[in-house]
Design a protein around this ligand. Sequence first.
Ligand SMILES: NC(=O)c1ccc[n+]([C@@H]2O[C@H](COP(=O)([O-])OP(=O)(O)OC[C@H]3O[C@@H](n4cnc5c(N)ncnc54)[C@H](O)[C@@H]3O)[C@@H](O)[C@H]2O)c1
Ligand SMILES: O=C(O)C(=O)C[C@@H](O)[C@H](O)[C@H](O)COP(=O)(O)O
Ligand SMILES: [Zn+2]
Length: 370
Amino acid sequence: MARLNIALGQRSYDIDVEAGALDDVATHIAPWAKRGRSLWVTDSTVARHHWPRIAAQLESAGIAAELHVVPAGEASKSWAELARLTDWLLGAGIERSDTIFALGGGMIGDLTGFAASIVKRGCDFVQVPTTLLAQVDSSVGGKTAINTAAGKNLVGAFHQPRFVLIDPQVLATLPPREMRAGYAEVVKYGLIDDAPFFDWCEAHGADVLAGEPQVLDHAIVTSVAAKARIVGEDERETKDRRALLNLGHTFGHALEADTGFGERLLHGEAVGVGMVLALRYSARRGLCDLADAERVAAHFGACAMPVTLHDAGVTADGAALVDHMRHDKKMAGGTLPFLLARGIGQTFVCHDVDLADVAQFLDEQHRQAR
Ligand SMILES: NC(=O)c1ccc[n+]([C@@H]2O[C@H](COP(=O)([O-])OP(=O)(O)OC[C@H]3O[C@@H](n4cnc5c(N)ncnc54)[C@H](O)[C@@H]3O)[C@@H](O)[C@H]2O)c1
Ligand SMILES: O=C(O)C(=O)C[C@@H](O)[C@H](O)[C@H](O)COP(=O)(O)O
Ligand SMILES: [Zn+2]
């Protein structure tokens, strides 16, 4: 077992990574089930695969468990599901001292975390992530949100969980496409500031995707440690530090918006293509070697992940994609900071990007992908 900690003063918490932890879930979460009570939120798919055994363990440990099930899929990061969830919590008689447990992928973590941040002006929550993406990224760091008509994650709050329990074995039921989507966020940590980890990904990515236990464990622990370090330095993204975790996301969120936030293009897939675009755009500006961008594209291609706008099913032209980007939360004083790179492991925040130039670049990418 690995225990990591995220250092945020009074909001610090542990992140336990333990294969098989969900076979003994009651022991792990008992300290948070105050008054012998636990309120769980999951999605319809995770409920089917994993709730029966979790419920049985909680029951035999004498912990009362109540469950709210949200329809699976990104569309549930919505006002409607937020309202249903908060109504359920209030109907269940939640008290401020109760803990809400988010059992699922990033959709459930983001929705539940946001609900926890507003119900009774803030309740504790615990993350029990069940996708690779949630285990390496979304369960840690306290960004919570829903999507709105204007775009991705535009209404939300910073609200840290009190504890994160990661069981890599739960990924055994995750579809391969979802593993690949989560893997994009693993590779992100190498691209941000850890070139040796990107080398490791090139060598071991196939084993991560195959769920080889030791390799998967290394990928998760390395990713969580990187995320905890960066968030610990800049919890609210005010110092050009946490923004590094947004590598590929300005492009990626625009691609998600164009494809309708759903099954057509998963968040991790959009981020993967977005990171390739960020490196290619960096090369176009003479900041990094094009060979670095193509090395990343080749690795994603070798992993059967989408690489180009065409692979991603994006049809919008550069101007339309840039219009989506104008909603980005990093926008400041009319300019949009971009995460660009001087090479693999050398990401930085660039403050002088001209959106018209980005639109032109995206049109060129469309032409080259045809
Ligand atoms: N808060 C953050 O820091 C942060 C970071 C990255 C991504 N995100 C958000 O996370 C979301 C994407 O998360 P995701 O990729 O986990 O998507 P998701 O939560 O929609 O899960 C993907 C699919 O996998 C299914 N699933 C989950 N666990 C399973 C399991 N163990 N076995 C079988 N099926 C399982 C789900 O039902 C769903 O159909 C996006 O909304 C993204 O914006 C947030
Ligand atoms: O934790 C962060 O900070 C991230 O940027 C992690 C991203 O992977 C994640 O998708 C996040 O939700 C994007 O944040 P946003 O502020 O662009 O909505
Ligand atoms: Zn992301």
